[in-house]
Design a protein around this ligand. Structure first.
Ligand SMILES: C[S@@+](CC[C@H](N)C(=O)[O-])C[C@H]1O[C@@H](n2cnc3c(N)ncnc32)[C@H](O)[C@@H]1O
Length: 351
């Protein structure tokens, strides 16, 4: 981490307390400078894209990419001043083509943030859009993913991975449970194992399926000689001996499901919303639950239609949203008035 940035900035008189659960209609840099240091647990935002949409004012219409990145980094620096040492910043920055070439704006932003500020980049989480705009290009593929950069202020960032992509036992999950491991039966049948080894493999598979369905193990993988590669590194004595001797091995997973750096959701559009680039609430919800507790403060300096604030309110967090556009601010406040805290059974189980 480079440390060319000092914070909090002692030269500036800052108010002592943060006013919570508000949408401020202002230029974010100006508004952020007036907020007290180390008062926010999570700054989560999607800044305006570079020359992609004309919001009529504010960031995004700079003459050059360098000017745009400077403007974003200035806001990032102010957010960093506001975030507590245990807090995080999550920035979703969009990319753009220029003369048929991607500019890699998100990556330029992330690199510049790392060079300029004392932060660590914990993950570049990929949001995969299940339903990207159906446009066809002759000589390139449709972009259907965007990065969300998770920066931490210190090694002590608060983190609740047990809440990330946590799903209640929905009907689709019970269907999935019924299918668990079934594919291995065909693979055993198609393998070159002896009849006796096949019978043993089927019995071991049935036992593992029963454990997974009963919730005794989270999941498992089966490796069959001649079909799967040897376990990672090829040196894990026990497993390779099983493969050699029995023709198969079963790897049981006892902990939580693997927490991958991918969130897959549809793109959302809100009926009657004046904003054309809203965040999917589902993605925002995942980050809020991963990085904050109930009662924590979530800041979005480009709150637009209010999605971050709405998700925070629903999850029992406090929020501060800022947007330069009065129409968006009015819409966000209206959305917030209709949002209720829905502390779910899922949350209760997680805390
Ligand atoms: C990509 S949109 C954010 C959308 C938001 N995540 C949502 O779900 O609706 C970016 C927003 O930044 C706002 N904006 C642009 N420049 C700004 C500035 N200097 N200060 C505050 N807001 C600004 C725009 O009005 C726009 O609403």
């Amino acid at each position: 981490m480079s440390s060319t940035h000092t914070f909090p900035d002692a030269r500036r008189p800052a108010p002592e307390r943060l006013t919570l659960d508000v949408v401020l209609c202002a230029d974010s840099l100006v508004a952020l400078r007036a907020l007290p240091a180390a008062s926010v647990d999570l700054a989560l935002t999607s800044p305006p894209y570079f020359r992609q949409r004309d919001y009529g004012r504010g960031i995004g219409n700079e003459a050059s990419l360098d000017d745009y990145l400077s403007a974003l980094l200035a806001v990032f620096g102010e957010c960093l001043r506001l975030v507590k040492p245990t807090g995080s910043l999550v920035f979703n920055v969009g990319d753009k083509y220029d003369r048929k070439s991607l500019l890699l704006i998100p990556h330029r932003f992330a690199l510049a943030a790392l060079e300029r500020f004392p932060v660590q980049l914990v993950n570049a989480v990929t949001w995969v859009k299940r339903n990207p705009t159906p446009r066809h290009f002759r000589r390139r593929l449709v972009s259907s993913a965007e990065p969300f950069f998770h920066f931490a202020v210190s090694d002590d960032y608060q983190y609740f991975p047990q809440n990330f992509l946590r799903r209640p036992s929905a009907p689709e999950n019970s269907q999935r449970r019924a299918r668990i491991g079934q594919r291995y039966f065909q693979l055993i049948a198609a393998s070159s194992l002896t009849d006796q080894q096949k019978a043993q493999a089927r019995a071991a598979l049935e036992a593992a399926i029963a454990e997974a369905q009963a919730g005794i193990i989270q999941d498992f993988r089966m490796k069959i000689r001649g079909i799967h590669s040897v376990p990672f590194g090829g040196r894990e004595g026990g497993r390779n001996i099983h493969l050699e001797r029995d023709g198969f091995t079963i790897i049981r997973m006892h902990g939580e499901r693997l927490k991958r750096d991918v969130i897959e959701t549809p793109v959302e559009s809100l009926k009657g919303c004046p904003h054309r680039a809203v965040f999917p609430e589902a993605v925002v919800t995942e980050f809020i639950r991963l990085l904050t507790r109930p009662g924590d403060v979530v800041l979005d300096p480009f709150v637009g239609s209010g999605t971050t604030a709405v998700a925070a309110k629903k999850l029992g967090r406090r929020y501060v949203g800022i947007d330069i556009n009065p129409e968006y601010c009015a819409y966000a406040r209206q959305r917030l008035a209709g949002a209720v805290c829905q502390a779910s059974l899922l949350d209760a189980a997680a805390w």
